[in-house]
Design a protein around this ligand. Sequence first.
Ligand code: CMP
Length: 140
Amino acid sequence: MAIERTFSIIKPDATRRNLTGAVNAVIEKAGLRIVAQKRILLTTAQAETFYAVHRARPFFGDLVAFMTTGPVVVQVLEGEGAIAAYRDVMGATNPANAAEGTIRKLFAESIEANSVHGSDSAENAAVEIAQFFAQNEIVG
Ligand code: CMP
């Protein structure tokens, strides 16, 4: 399988509980490498752009508000089949449905405050990475 890059966000519910290192440990144990990372406070405009695909969904306003309540850690992860591999490690969107050992099963508080985001396709990974990182900030 090819080496891929995917985009990850450690969400405000996780940074608030000081879980950045704990989440990163699960990521690294799964064989993914953190090749870029920064802690930022999203603006409303950045969150709206990032989640634009969900604009028509009933949870959009709450999601944008939640994502701006505290710091997030944006990351680029690299590894074999990284996009699918990270989705496996994250677990289901709703932590009630997430498998044992996944980040969301371990740490998520709710379907909204679900601790992490990961890209769902190679196309979206490229777009999401480009929203937050310049090429020279990603060092594999
Ligand atoms: P994420 O993988 O970042 O993609 C969209 C986000 O919307 C999701 O994780 C959740 O944080 C949030 N969300 C809130 N409610 C729902 C819902 N009912 N279905 C899917 N996602 C939801």
